[in-house]
Design a protein around this ligand. Sequence first.
Ligand code: UTP
Length: 326
Amino acid sequence: MTSKQLSEALRVGTVVVPAAGMGTRFLPATKTVPKELLPVVDTPGIELIAEEAAAVGADRLAIITAPNKQEVMRHFEAFPDLVETLEARGKESQSAKVKRAHSLLNPIAVEQDKPLGLGHAVGLAESVLAEDEEFFGVMLPDDIVLPMTAMTAMTAMTAMTAMTAMTAMEQMVAVRDKLGGSVLLAVEVPREQTFNYGVFDIQDTDDESVKKVVGMVEKPDPADAPSNLVATGRYVLDRKIFDALRRITPGKGGELQLTDAIELLIQEGEPVHVVVHQGTRHDLGNPGGYIPANVDFGLKSDVYGPALYTQLKKIIADYEAEKGLS
Ligand code: UTP
């Protein structure tokens, strides 16, 4: 395969971004600001997701929005007056930052009137897919999965060849290409934390980083968890998921759960696999994950990194002294 054919085979046409949740873990900020617009350093989570989707070749970003979260779509508009003002003042780099989101891909708003669950949100995206689109991506803007682009993947894996330096989504599409069906992303967590997540019941395949999923358990007691591999916010889903979503009934919290539809596909013999993620993952959905994400991105920033490093060392030294940890 040439690299062009390879990249075409690993392309996703549509990426669905469910962004209609209530963001209750981020109150009071989310009274007026959608959590998808909270910045990681200076860039909203939704723009980081759009960048990752564009990197896997997507040209359509179906953003599931709520009636009171219109600002999420506004972020992808062109802002010509702001661009003109910045350029007139010689602020080229700020102008490039304003233009970035608008230039990445085509965002399409799909409104979810009520937050009836992640499964309901994904089901609404069916009308956005082209008729011949047999699979699509889902990326939860709460989850940042690093590396986000093949370029950074290559930097992160200098010892490997360019062919193996793929982002998580690219690896997942490659697995779908080989094994069919749907492919999810798994991360390892300590067993005692499994009660927070959807946990995979898995079987080995001949590839160490790919497991066949034979079941999924939502938020189990750690003693009952079938593994310590848990679902994170990236999915490559076969179109059959829409039919499964129509057949499930509300589950936990009265919501339509995407996990239940995936479980239904597994029971019906459809192939479902996970790629076990080796890189970093940040959970932007709650302050406890959002703060380390900002520290990580902040430290990697040329502008803020060096000063932040010095400040963090002092903050940690003060904290250790206060708590008697040093
Ligand atoms: P979460 O349950 O983590 O998000 O859903 P939330 O509901 O916004 O968060 P909390 O628990 O109230 O703090 C995971 C993803 O699914 C989307 C959310 O926006 C988030 O990106 N979602 C969830 C929807 O789009 N619609 C829903 O009905 C539920």
